[in-house]
Design a protein around this ligand. Sequence first.
Ligand SMILES: *Cc1c(COP(=O)(O)O)cnc(C)c1O
Length: 342
Amino acid sequence: MKEIDLRSDTVTRPTKEMLQAIMTAKVGDDVYKEDPTVNELEKKLADMFGMDEALFFPTGSMANQAAIKLHTQPGEQLICDKWAHVYNYEGGGVSFNSGVSCKLVDGDRGMITAEQVEDNINPPDFYHSPLTSLVCLENTTNKGGGACYDLEEIKKIREVCNKHGLGLHLDGARLFNALVKKGEDPRDYGKIFDTISVCLSKGLGTPMGSVLIGNKKLMKNAIRVRKVLGGGMRQIGFMAAAGVFALDHHVDRLEKDNERAAEIGKVLTDQFYISKVEPVETNIVIFYMKDQEKEEEFLTELARQNIRISNMGHGKLRIVTHLDYTEEMHQRFLDTLEKMEL
Ligand SMILES: *Cc1c(COP(=O)(O)O)cnc(C)c1O
């Protein structure tokens, strides 16, 4: 029985066609900025978002951390949701790398409002408090179950940032899932944010890599920050080729991942052993068991069927659909959920 791995959309293997693109990539030393494929990928993303520049990073965490460093000075504070990846899952990098603290906002499924941003800005003249200098948003939200922002709310947040002279960064690890879902144009995001990070290694299915996109003034120093963080890479065009391939071939198909996640959410809602399924907007499904003591039994039964999902603790279970999750696997998984005896 084939394994069905739904723990994350990072578990995918490159397709045959992607491997072909990797194997035939033209490469050079990217530390000298002489890797043509990295340069192509960076230009492609900058153009796609209508921004000046882009820079390839080994990971999304490093791209976010570099962005935070570019926007802040030690002692300052950024505003983000309490579930933000930059705060929860980047090893404390905000304080380690930038000497910055986080003002956590109690948002809705990882999303915050313009009003909450405004309420959480420290008065700049009140020198007892850290100076607020940056707002970090996440779209889609990871811990919030793939929820998507309303673009109108983001525009309002931009206005608040303008009024108070704050930078605005988007952690867009799964931004393409949101763009496909909402039929939005990346240029709308390029117009609003100062910096945007996107992951190539999640739904887009490459082995590694993220890109930070932004305007000239801020990005001028990005390559130095990347160097300091140890992220200067040499013939990395092999991986950039996977990124170029993914942007050409794996964006539209995210609709399939979003659809299958919605179907899983719907089937889960109907099962007697499930208490709650969070709204499914993109490719993440977060749900809770009715009887938490049955959780172990549920996971064991899935494992017996060679199916893996994530246990996020506190009764929270997570499923993420992706490129390697086929229609055949999907039908078998739905069938397993419907026939589950606990
Ligand atoms: C995955 C992810 C990242 C980056 O993670 P890396 O593993 O460092 O590439 C950043 N933000 C969010 C919301 C993510 O889901």
